[in-house]
Design a protein. Structure first.
Length: 488
C-alpha cells in the first residue's frame, strides 16, 4: 500500500515534470532558472524528495504559476485525471508489487506520455461510471487476474498448511480438532446460537469479534461449512493478517489487501481440509474410471466432508501444477425455483477468458449448458443433497470442446434457491490421457453457445430470447454490402 506522504510526492513530481516539459526546459535550464541543482530536481521528479517552501516558490516563478497551484491537488484539465487516480483509494491500496509493478515505473509512464495516459484513464473512468462500477469490481477483477497469473496455485500457502500441520501435530481434520486448535492456541471461543438471533444476520454464516475473541457461527451450518469456516479463522490467526473481513460475506471491500487476505485464508482452509497429495491420488483414480460415474464423484466429495464448491475449486488449484491442464474455468450459477433467471455469481478463468463467462448486459445464458440444466433437474427432483452431472460442451462454429463437471445444491440462505458449480477443462490430448471416461458414450456432448442474444444455432429448442446481437450484426453486414455495390 502507498502512504499519503508518497502520494503527495508523486503528485508534486508529476506536476513538476509535466510543467517542465510544457515549457520546454531541460533539467539544466530549469536549474539555471531556479538555482536548484539538476540532481535535486531529478530526485523531485522521481518522487524521492519534496522541496521546502522557498524552493517551491522558485519553481512556481519559473513556470509562471502561483505557489498554491504547485502544492494543491488540483491541476489543469489535461493533468487532473492522473492526479485524481494518484489520490484514489484504488491507487493507494492496490498492491502493485503483487503484480510485479514498480510504483516509479508506473509514475514514469504517467509523466512521459501524460496526454495519452490521461485520455486512457478518462476513458476507463467514464466506462466505470456508465456501468456503475465501483472499487469492489476492480478489486475482484484484479484478484481473478492475480489467481490466473499464479495458475491459481500458491506454493507459499501450501507450505504454510504443511508447517501448520507439523507445528500443531495435526493428523485428523474434523470439527472438534479445528475448534480445539482455535480455543487452545488462540483463545478463541465458538458461539453457535447468537448469530441467528440477529435478524439482519440471518443469512450470514459467520462473524468474528476480535474484541471478544469469539467466532459466531450460524446454527444451521452443515458440518462441511463449519469445518471450512473454522479452518479459515485458523488461517487468519496463523498467518497473522491485519487487514481482513470479519463477516463471511464481504458486503463491501475496503481494500484489495483485505480481499486478497480473505482469498488466502480461504485457500489455506481448503488446503488444510483437502491435503494436496491425497486429493491428487484420489482424483487420478476417479479420472481413470473407464466410464462416467457421477456417484463416484459425489462419494469422493462426501469422503472429504467438504462442499461441492470447495472440492471443485480445490481442483482448480491443482490442474495446472500437477496435471499440466492450463485451459480451465470455474463458474457458479444461482437461480430460484421459478427458474426464470440465472445469475453467474462467481467465475475464474485460467490461461485465458473461456466460455462461459459473466455477462453484465442482462442477456440470457445458453440453456444448453450443463450448469443450467442441472439446476432445472434439482428444482423438480425429490433427491436430497447434491446432483452431479457432466457434459462435453462443444462451442458453436469452433473447435473448442470442454469437459464440464457440474454439481447443484440448494442454497444455504434459502432452500427455494439453488446454485450450481462447474469446472470446465478444454478437451485436448492431455485431458484425454487424464480422463479415461471421456470416450464413454453415456457422457453427452452438446452444441452450446454463450447467450441466446448472441447465438446463431438455428431452431434451438432451448432458446429463451431472440438473437438480437446477431440481427444487428447482419444489418451492419447488409449495409456494408450495399455500400460496396454502390462503390462498384
Amino acid at each position: 500500500m502507498i502512504g499519503q506522504d508518497e502520494i503527495i510526492k508523486l503528485i508534486f513530481a508529476f506536476k513538476l515534470k509535466y510543467l517542465r516539459l510544457q515549457k520546454g526546459f531541460s533539467l539544466q535550464e530549469l536549474s539555471d532558472e531556479t538555482g536548484l541543482s539538476t540532481s535535486y530536481l531529478h530526485d523531485i521528479e522521481r518522487a524521492k524528495k519534496y522541496p521546502k517552501v522557498k524552493k517551491i516558490q522558485a519553481l512556481a516563478q519559473a513556470f509562471g504559476v502561483d505557489y498554491n497551484y504547485m502544492v494543491s491537488t488540483q491541476s489543469s484539465k489535461k493533468m487532473q485525471p492522473i492526479v485524481d487516480l494518484l489520490q484514489s483509494d484504488f491507487f493507494k491500496e492496490f498492491p502493485l508489487d503483487a503484480f510485479g509493478i514498480s510504483t516509479y515505473k508506473l509514475f514514469e509512464l504517467f509523466s512521459n506520455t501524460p496526454d495519452r495516459v490521461n485520455a486512457f484513464i478518462s476513458t476507463i473512468t467514464k466506462i466505470a461510471r456508465n456501468y456503475q462500477l465501483r472499487n469492489e469490481h476492480f478489486y475482484s477483477a484484479a484478484l481473478r487476474s492475480f489467481q490466473d497469473m499464479h495458475d491459481n496455485y500458491f506454493e507459499d500457502i501450501e507450505a504454510a498448511v504443511q508447517a501448520f500441520r507439523a507445528e500443531f501435530s495435526v493428523k485428523t481434520i474434523d470439527t472438534n480438532t479445528l475448534e480445539t486448535l482455535l480455543t487452545q492456541q488462540y483463545d478463541i471461543q465458538i458461539d453457535r446460537t447468537k448469530l441467528a438471533q440477529q435478524a439482519a444476520l440471518q443469512d450470514r454464516r459467520s462473524y468474528y469479534s476480535a474484541g471478544q475473541k469469539v467466532l459466531f457461527l450460524h446454527k444451521n451450518l452443515s458440518d462441511a461449512q463449519q469445518r471450512f469456516l473454522l479452518g479459515r479463522e485458523l488461517a487468519f490467526q496463523y498467518l497473522a493478517f491485519e487487514e481482513r473481513p470479519y463477516l463471511t460475506r464481504l458486503e463491501q471491500i475496503d481494500s484489495f489487501e483485505e480481499l486478497l487476505n480473505n482469498f488466502k485464508a480461504s485457500y489455506f482452509s481448503a488446503a488444510l481440509l483437502m491435503d494436496e497429495q491425497q486429493v491428487l491420488n484420489d482424483f487420478r483414480a476417479f479420472a481413470q474410471l473407464p466410464t462416467w460415474q457421477p456417484e463416484a464423484l459425489r462419494q469422493l466429495i462426501e469422503d472429504y466432508k467438504v462442499t461441492p464448491e470447495m472440492f471443485l475449486q480445490r481442483l482448480t488449484n491443482l490442474f495446472v501444477k500437477h496435471f499440466d491442464i492450463h485451459d480451465v474455468f470455474f463458474i457458479r450459477l444461482s437461480t430460484s425455483d421459478e427458474l426464470n433467471r440465472f445469475d453467474m455469481t462467481k467465475e475464474l478463468h485460467l490461461s485465458r477468458l473461456h466460455n462461459p463467462y459473466a455477462n453484465e448486459r442482462e442477456e440470457h445464458y445458453c440453456r444448453r449448458w450443463v450448469s443450467i440444466n442441472i439446476l432445472k433437474k434439482l428444482a423438480v427432483s425429490s433427491t436430497q443433497g447434491a446432483l452431479v452431472d457432466a457434459q462435453i460442451s462443444h462451442y458453436w462454429n469452433t473447435e473448442n470442446q470442454y469437459l464440464c463437471l457440474s454439481i447443484a445444491t440448494p442454497d444455504f440462505d434459502n432452500p427455494s434457491k439453488f446454485s450450481s458449480v462447474t469446472v470446465g477443462c478444454l478437451v485436448n490430448e492431455k485431458l484425454r490421457s487424464l480422463f479415461r471416461f471421456l470416450g464413454d458414450p453415456k457422457l453427452p456432448t452438446r452444441i452450446v453457445h454463450t447467450t441466446c442474444e448472441r447465438c446463431e444455432i438455428p431452431d434451438c429448442e432451448a432458446r429463451v430470447a431472440a438473437p438480437k446481437t446477431i440481427a444487428r450484426k447482419r444489418k451492419l453486414e447488409a449495409i456494408e454490402g450495399a455500400i460496396e455495390r454502390l462503390e462498384g
